[in-house]
Design a protein around this ligand. Structure first.
Ligand code: ADP
Ligand code: MG
Length: 441
């Protein structure tokens, strides 16, 4: 009987609902009208009682023409009945419960494994507050900044901490792309209702890389409603993006304004000290023996982001293993030489930005790098600095140097000025968007 009921569910619910709630059920017995089903966690039992039991009775009636009464029991209860011995819940069980809940959280990304430094201090603090009191202080929390700077890590850390403090919490981590795909599938399979249930039933929704919502009007519409629903019910929303929402072209104004309701914090590339600290932590965690000045050397060579830093360390480790020697500064220098020459990603660099901006505005490169204070030049120069800040991982002083030796405060000023104007100057928004597109080509 259960198999038939299960098939009926399969035809009528989304694949996620099916795999999360239905497939995990084990039939135990059918005694008279009572169908006993074993569920993996209390969460499953609540969900079944609330959401699926009526459907089950209906399907069972169609199949047997009898009124079947479902009886939900938990694995633990059954086992305790049989052994009647008390076993404390061990970590394995806790983990498997988390998996059942389909949170998609990476348990390695925790606050404990996150190294705090200048560029991420604020973001870390805000994330911690949110994880301690979800839905209260900063809603939504938006973390933004360049690639490989720890946005995804912090987002998972929030989820992991909340689960740790409250194992019953219903947390969902998803990238904006998966949200989009899920939504499209739901429409195609006429399952938008269960799609909505799934997303609006959470206590905490973590949406990674919202810049990929750009241009997807239907998904934005749906996400707008998801957002409102969660927000009204004081559920915590956490978002990440590679830039501020108002800099995402083709993101609807109503979303941009909602995303600004809570707190937006940026993460900037780690300074040398932080990079050294991160390398030390990783080396210790992976049990790699690296002398301190060698760590310093790596941190000095790789200044873009944490992902590259990790990559460099693994590369050095592999290199040492391959050559069967100890890790030294010389070895590192050899190992990293290959890295720099390696398959270069198409990366925007400051020179390219200066070049593109100057030709876009019909100015010379010297104009952009120079000191002339006429409006016609000042604004393109500020736009170029702004782009250098948001599109590359260079530090502010480095950007200053590339712009003919300007102070880093000049770069900050330019960045602030342009970000501010972008909020309401459509003309400027279009220009910056066009330049971005041009640069990415
Ligand atoms: P983003 O989402 O901003 O692109 P990630 O969160 O994916 O970046 O981080 C890239 C890698 O760097 C991950 O493996 C992450 O664990 C690590 N990482 C980033 N920031 C830190 C940090 N402050 N401390 C420790 N590890 C970090
Ligand atoms: Mg990320």
């Amino acid at each position: 009987l259960w198999e038939k009921i299960r098939d009926a569910f399969e035809d009528n619910v989304s694949t996620t609902t099916y795999s999360t709630w239905i497939e995990t059920v084990k039939p135990v017995s059918l005694e008279g009208n009572q169908l006993t089903l074993e569920l993996p966690s209390p969460l499953h039992r609540d969900y079944w009682k609330d959401k699926l039991a009526d459907q089950l009775v209906e399907y069972a009636y169609k199949i047997t023409k009898k009124d079947i009464i479902p009886n939900f029991v938990l694995e633990d209860e059954l086992r305790n009945e049989k052994q009647s011995s008390f076993e404390p819940i061990n970590d394995d069980q806790k983990n498997s419960n988390n998996l059942m809940k389909n949170t998609h959280l990476n348990t390695n990304y925790t606050f404990e494994s996150f190294v705090i430094g200048k560029g991420n201090q604020m973001a870390h603090a805000a994330a911690l507050v949110v994880s301690e009191d979800p839905g209260k202080m900063y809603n939504p929390l938006l973390l933004y900044g360049g690639v490989g700077l720890g946005k995804t890590h912090l987002m998972h850390a929030i989820g992991n901490k909340i689960i740790q403090d409250n194992p019953e919490a219903n947390i969902k981590y998803i990238t904006s792309e998966s949200f989009t795909n899920d939504f499209i599938n739901a429409i195609q399979n006429h399952k938008t209702e269960s799609f909505r249930q799934e997303y609006r039933n959470v206590d905490v929704l973590l949406v990674d890389d919202i810049q990929f919502f750009a241009d997807k009007d239907g998904t934005q519409e749906e996400f707008f409603h998801t957002f409102n629903d969660l927000y009204e019910n004081r559920k915590q929303i956490v978002l990440t993006s590679d830039r501020l929402p108002n800099e995402i072209s083709k993101l609807q104004d109503r979303l941009v304004s909602r995303f600004a309701w809570g707190l937006s914090v940026d993460i900037t590339p780690p300074d040398l000290e932080t990079r050294i600290a991160i390398l030390k932590t990783k080396a210790e965690a992976d049990n790699i023996d690296v002398p301190t000045d060698t760590l310093n050397y790596i941190a000095g060579q790789i200044d873009s982001n944490v992902r590259e830093l990790e990559g460099a360390l693994s590369r050095v480790q592999a290199f040492a293993k391959f050559k069967n020697v100890k890790i030294t500064t010389d070895l590192v220098s050899e190992a990293l030489k290959g890295l720099n020459k390696g398959e270069n990603k198409i990366e925007v660099n400051i020179d390219k930005i200066i070049q593109t901006v100057s030709s876009y505005f019909n100015l010379s490169i010297d104009d952009i790098k120079g000191k002339k204070r006429i409006q016609k030049i000042v604004i393109p120069r500020q736009i170029a600095m702004y782009l250098a800040r948001v599109m590359t991982n260079n530090s502010l002083p480095k950007i200053g140097v590339a712009f003919g030796g300007k102070d880093h405060t000049t770069v900050i000023h330019a960045y602030d000025k342009i970000s501010e104007s972008l909020k309401n100057n459509v003309n400027l928004q279009n220009k910056v968007d066009e330049l971005r597109e041009e640069l990415k080509r």
